[in-house]
Ligand binder design. Structure first.
Ligand code: SF4
Length: 316
């Protein structure tokens, strides 16, 4: 069932996930389409996530946004971001101590290439206690090699040590890669196409922003005609033969990445599964180590002997 509507307010709206937004020309959603999007959300009882460009919106757009409950997602470079709920750092370069300090209570999203990970690990450990919630998003998972997996494992070990120290000091930070798996009881993936869809500045709906930025023709309907998802079952967990048996509950299970790498929205790539299992295994160690400090006594993450569920497919 749909729960969220993502509204891209402009073609230059900040990217908050695996995809890249290469559009540089402004195209603001029309006021009529914005109001129609708000009405659509009201009728379907959806929470709206507004994704902002870096420039200030006209007053009528701001007023329309405030007519409904919503979440504001803005770039760390947006000078208007003081009332944002989610701050997005496009790279390690913008993820600075000063900006972390300024946005302590907010959800921080950091997009990172594999090369930038060690720098981000250092910033996380240096900003001990200042981060409440951090979502780290890898931007080049599909290019990971065996060497990159080894480096990712080391990166996770480093931030695991930081998070463990914080818990022992009485702080409870949330870092998606490590703490989500401990807190979750079942799969909690992105669920684009099932629990959320996106309205783009052209007045059309898409599975997620990545589908829009990749190809505007790839829409699933329009404000004028409603939504029409072809083979909607394929986006659902029950129709993903590997994922439905997997216990890397924190995995984003990105359907756009799936299609890009395997040509099927419900079949993940080896790289997506291995990175998710390295995170899962680091969470397992964190969970076990923190039991002696009084945390997670009723939680158990069982050890598994594989990093890619595809390797165990004959056991299913
Ligand atoms: S790790 Fe692989 S199999 Fe498991 S949920 Fe993620 S994409 Fe699906």
């Amino acid at each position: 069932m749909l729960k969220y509507l993502v509204i891209l307010l402009d073609d230059t709206a900040v990217s908050y996930c695996h995809y890249e937004n290469t559009k540089t020309e402004k195209r603001l959603i029309s006021l009529d389409d914005l109001k129609a999007g708000v009405l659509f959300a009201m009728k379907h009882n959806l929470t709206i996530q507004f994704v902002y460009p870096d420039y200030e919106l006209p007053a009528p757009h701001k007023e329309a946004i405030e007519t409904i409950d919503h979440i504001k997602m803005m770039s760390s470079e947006n000078s208007q971001n003081s009332d944002a709920d989610v701050i997005i750092f496009q790279s390690d370069k913008s993820f600075t101590r000063e900006k972390i300090d300024k946005n302590r209570e907010k959800i921080l999203v950091v997009k990172s290439s594999k090369k930038a990970l060690s720098g981000i690990g250092k910033i996380i450990s240096e900003n001990d206690g200042k981060i409440t919630r951090l979502n780290l998003v890898l931007t080049d998972i599909e290019t990971f090699t065996e060497e990159d997996f080894a480096a990712y494992k080391q990166f996770l070990e480093k931030i695991r040590e930081t998070v463990e120290k914080q818990y022992r000091n009485g702080q409870i930070p949330q870092i998606n890669l490590l703490t989500d798996r401990i807190l979750l009881e079942k799969m909690n993936n992105c669920n684009a196409g099932v629990e959320n869809i996106t309205l783009a500045p052209n007045g059309k709906f898409y599975i997620c922003p990545a589908f829009y930025f990749e190809n505007e023709e790839d829409n699933i309907g329009a404000l004028s005609s409603g939504t029409d998802i072809k083979n909607p079952q394929l986006y659902r967990l029950e129709y993903a033969p590997l994922c439905r048996r997997c216990d890397a509950f924190q995995c984003r299970r990105c359907v756009w990445l799936n299609r890009k790498t395997t040509l099927e929205v419900n079949t993940p790539s080896h790289e997506q599964c291995v990175t998710a299992h390295l995170e899962r295994n680091a969470s397992e160690k964190l969970c076990n180590d923190l039991k002696s400090a009084g945390y997670f006594s009723d939680k158990e993450i069982k050890s598994v002997d594989y990093l890619d569920p595809f390797e165990t497919i004959e056991k299913f």
